[in-house]
Design a protein around this ligand. Sequence first.
Ligand SMILES: [Zn+2]
Length: 127
Amino acid sequence: MTLYITCMGDDEMKKAKKYIPTASYTHYGETKPVEIKPVETENIYEKEACSCCGYLTIPVDTDGNKFDGFICPVCFWEIDTFINSENEESDSNGGLTLVQARLNYRTFGACDKRMLQYVRKPTDDEK
Ligand SMILES: [Zn+2]
């Protein structure tokens, strides 16, 4: 069995406005997609409020550093430590700004409409 993970380059990604990597595997000549989900790191680190939805979903290490590339399971905003303001386009989030992502979350429940299928409701200890 072979697992393939495809990640697009930055330019390609911006053009396609896609930021979820696609993965598939081939088993006995049959290629099947692999479901990509955000990583949940329960009970390991302190949690900080997500800069998009505001729920306590973002793990921080003992030095207070956020995990670059962590995807919030509640709104699907990807932590981007390279943006300096909420109006700056986030490459990790397909060119979305934090302002737009927050508005999207309040409007329909995910940072981007295509991410609605992946999000979940916040748990009690994330509120
Ligand atoms: Zn969030």
